[in-house]
Write a protein that binds this ligand. Structure first.
Ligand code: ADP
Ligand code: 5GP
Length: 197
């Protein structure tokens, strides 16, 4: 296990939000690769369709709208929201079991979900933004996972989401990937060593 991060008796929760295409999946995967024993990502539930490169149970738990609504009624989600017309939610049970195992858990969720959690969860809130809207557009096109009208919709949402930056504890601009990664890992390392809360 890395000397820089050891985990804690009860793991920390990091909430990471960023406009689609900014690089949050890339950065969290880098952290998981470096600190595989102590960093885990919460696997959300969603009603959106699975994309070609995705694996059910690894990227998301893909469920029907009826199943999702049943889970809401059972209070299975610590937060949930409708994002781009589909439901997304974080499992309360999964989050707690991971924390109790001493791992730090990353919730990669939208700003609506993050704001819900600010009132009920002791977590570290990080916002990742693209260096510019033009670069965000380029990354969305380069990823080739959405078509034109979806990309336009996501760019509009990005402007709306960036207005929420003041509600987060940290703000990272993902310009050079390595620099953004060094900042993110520094935050995680510092938070694990924090004494006063
Ligand atoms: P998100 O999870 O925020 O939607 P991704 O991690 O899928 O975004 O990244 C979107 C695209 O941008 C991917 O093709 C990824 O390889 C690329 N990317 C991520 N960070 C950078 C960066 N700093 N510079 C250039 N390309 C990047
Ligand atoms: P995508 O479908 O492109 O993976 O994600 C679309 C958006 O939904 C992203 O902003 C992502 O962070 C957000 N999202 C993913 N899982 C959750 C979740 O469990 N809750 C909330 N509120 N948003 C989520």
């Amino acid at each position: 296990m890395s000397q820089l991060l050891r985990g804690l008796p009860e793991g920390l929760v990091f909430v990471l939000s960023a406009p689609a295409g900014t690089g949050k999946t890339t950065l969290v995967r880098m952290l998981q690769k470096e600190f595989s024993c102590v960093i885990t990502e919460s696997i959300s539930y969603t009603t959106r369709k699975i994309r070609p490169q995705e694996i059910a149970g690894r990227d998301y738990h893909f469920v029907s709208v009826d199943e999702f609504k049943k889970m809401i009624a059972q209070d299975d989600f610590i937060e949930h929201a409708i994002v781009f017309g589909s439901y997304y939610g974080t499992s309360r049970k999964f989050l707690e079991s991971q924390r109790k195992s001493g791992k730090h858990v990353f919730l990669v969720i939208d700003t609506q979900g993050a704001l819900q959690l600010q009132e009920k969860l002791d977590a570290i809130f990080i916002f990742l933004s693209p260096p510019s809207m033009d670069i965000l557009k380029e990354r969305l096109y380069a990823r080739k996972t959405e078509d034109e009208h979806v990309i336009q919709e996501r760019l509009l949402a990005a402007k709306r989401e960036m207005k929420q930056i003041p509600f987060y504890d940290y703000h990272i601009v993902n310009d050079q990937l390595d620099t953004a990664y060094q900042i993110l890992r520094s935050i995680v390392i510092a938070e694990e060593h924090r004494v006063r809360s």
